[in-house]
Structure formats: C-alpha cells, structure tokens
Design a protein around this ligand. Sequence first.
Ligand SMILES: C[S@@+](CC[C@H](N)C(=O)[O-])C[C@H]1O[C@@H](n2cnc3c(N)ncnc32)[C@H](O)[C@@H]1O
Length: 404
Amino acid sequence: MSKKNDDFFVEKKPWSEVKDQLLGCYLKPYVSKILHTRKPLVYVDCFAGKGKFDDGKQGSPLIALDIIQQGLISSKMTGHLQIAAAFIDLNYADDLRVNLKDYPGVKIVSGAYEDKIGELLKNKGGCNVFLYIDPYGIKALNCSKFDEFANGQFNTIELLLNMNSFGFIREGCRVMGQQFKMDDDNFFDDLVEYDTTKLDTSDNSVEALNQIAGGDYWKSIIEQYLSGKINGYEAEENFSEQYCLRLSQSYTYVLNMPIRIHQNQHPKYRMIHATNHPSGCVLMANNICNRWELLKDIQSGGQLSLFQDDFNNQSIDESTLRERVIDHFTQYGTWTPLTEAEAMFYVKYGAICKSGDIANVLKALEKEGRLAVKRNPAFSEKTQRPTNFMAEGHGHTVSVKWVK
Ligand SMILES: C[S@@+](CC[C@H](N)C(=O)[O-])C[C@H]1O[C@@H](n2cnc3c(N)ncnc32)[C@H](O)[C@@H]1O
C-alpha cells in the first residue's frame, strides 16, 4: 500500500459509510439550529480526503456541502447568513479542488491539520465552529489542541472525532516493547487499517502517546492488559472511557459512540462527539436514535450494527429506562435546565433512547409528585391552561428539580 493509502478511496467501505452517515444525519439539524444563533458557522473537515470516492460515492466534504447548501436554502431566517467551509488534506488538495468545484467559496487547504488549523481558526472568535476529525490513525490527534479550541473564544465549538482506540492500544503495547494480540486472529480483517503510525520504545514515543491521550493514564491500562488482568476489549473500553473523561476537562458533554461492523461484535473504533452546549449533545443523541434503522442497514446486507442490542435499537425496556432516569435526575436538587440534565444523562449512559422517551418518564414522575417542573411560558396563550411540554426550544424553557 502506498504511503498515501490511495486504495482507501477506491471503494467506500462500510465503516466509512457509518462515519459519514453519523456526520450527515447530525449536520442537518445542527445547521438549521446554528443558523438561529445569527453568528457565522465555520465548518472544517480537518482530514477531508478526496471529496469523492472512486466508486462515485460522496466523501465527507460533499456530504457536508450538500447539507450546508440545503440548510441555507430552507432556512426561514432572513438577513445575511454566513457559513464558511474549509477542507484540509495532506495529500488530496488537488482532488478536492476538482471534486468541490461546484461549490464556490469553499476553502481548500493543502497540508497537515496540525499545522493549518490554528491559522484557519484565527480571527474566528465569536463564531460557531464545527470540526470533523477523521484521520487514518491517531498520530495527529494532540489532545492539548482540543483543549485550546474550547477556551471560550468561539460562540460554540463542537468536535466529531474518529478515535481509533484499538490503534492506540496497539501503539501503547509497542512503546512498552510488547505486541498487542487479539484473541480473534481476524480482528482487523474487516477494518483494513490505513494508519502508518509506528512507535518504538523511546521516550519520544511515550511522550507522543501522552500528547495524544492528554496524560499518561493509558500506561496503567496497557500494563493491566500486558499482565493479563484485562483483555484487549477491556483495555480498549477502559482507554476510551478515560479518554472521554480527559476530553471532558474541556468539553462538558462528551458522547462516546462505539462503532461495530457486525451485529453482536465488539466495537472496532469510536466516534466521539464533544461540545460545551447541552443542546448539541441532545441533538446528537436523538440523531443517532432517529437514524438507527438507516445506520443499521448500511451495506453488509443489514449485518452492520452500530450498537449492542440493548444500546440503541430502541429495545431498551421501559423499566430499565425509568430506573436510569430516576437514578440520574435525583442528583438535581436545585432547579436545572432540562436540556442540561438530559445531556448529562446521555454522557453517562450513551445514546440509549430519544429525548422524547426521557420526557415521558419525567412527565410520569411529575404526576407522581417526585419531580418539580418550571415551564416558561407557564400558561398557554391560546387556552390559558397550564402548559405541559417537556422539551426546550422554540421559545420554551423547562427547569426541573428532584423532590422525593
Ligand atoms: C480517513 S481519510 C478521510 C476520509 C474522509 N472523511 C471521507 O469521508 O471521505 C483521512 C485523510 O486524511 C489525510 N491526512 C493524513 N494525514 C493528515 C494530516 N496530518 N493532516 C491532514 N490530512 C491528513 C489523508 O490524505 C486522507 O485523505
């Protein structure tokens, strides 16, 4: 395989399809919501690829541009709506220029994300920024850069990140002079790897992993794996959890989405959504649930499954959901915005249900006198009756407080 991994773009593989579907499905509601802030949107695809696969399928740049264009057309907002889209790629800027030629005004940047992103985001203070980060491997993912983005300069900042967590574990083993071996010899077969990251046992390599992970917590995970205390899947899960925790030092709402290639399989990698805005987190969680069927059927004749059965195919039973909602909402002993509490629920449990399902449980708890709810407007303008909505947005706000 060439250094550029050209064969990645020969044919769009199921896992690429999944990533792009997640992105596309989210961007639709995101763009329409963000336009209401009346602040410019800066969209950056940081590892953009060619724009289009050789089999004619759209890559992430075309998917995003179509959605942005549609969002602008269908927006009911008046006045000047500003969206700037930029696409960075180390190897394929020329292909991008050809494949994105029908979209005037987009910025194509030839070079490495880690060198170019600072300049691109300079003077974008006060904007809404969305970064799609879909590298081949882990090498370019310096965690302190993600911290920098979240330092309050932007109106909003969101990251959708493809984290090759198994790749990280493998490199972790390598820097400790050992080999990462999965019990399933065919583990990597259906996820062809395009990562050329190769580290060694030098201090520089250890430091490189510290930079990527945002700390050295990964070492003890690798040690546990190497000593046989945990298996490879547990190591990956522990690492992903710790990584999300680390990201949550800068982003309040970090959603960890395990991606499986076949049903009942262990995850192959993680998509991570990080934002400081609770409504973004709730939107992403709803998006995953709403698009579940669509995501499930992508290629592989419906064999491709993103989540465990109890995780996201709406089979989580009512009593488990009620238990979890009670467990979570009891912590809100003072008035808390509903969206904030819901976003934290998703951070804790993942995208296990739509926010409407949480709302139904909350309404029942309100009736039972266990949850106090403050709504604005408190009365319907039309009927003068007390309102009973359990969702925020469109001029409605809801605060909740646990009573007993
Ligand atoms: C997984 S592919 C992206 C696929 C794309 N999201 C899509 O759906 O079409 C990763 C891309 O990152 C590019 N790349 C590799 N290292 C890079 C770096 N340091 N900065 C920017 N781009 C890089 C590669 O040329 C490749 O096109």
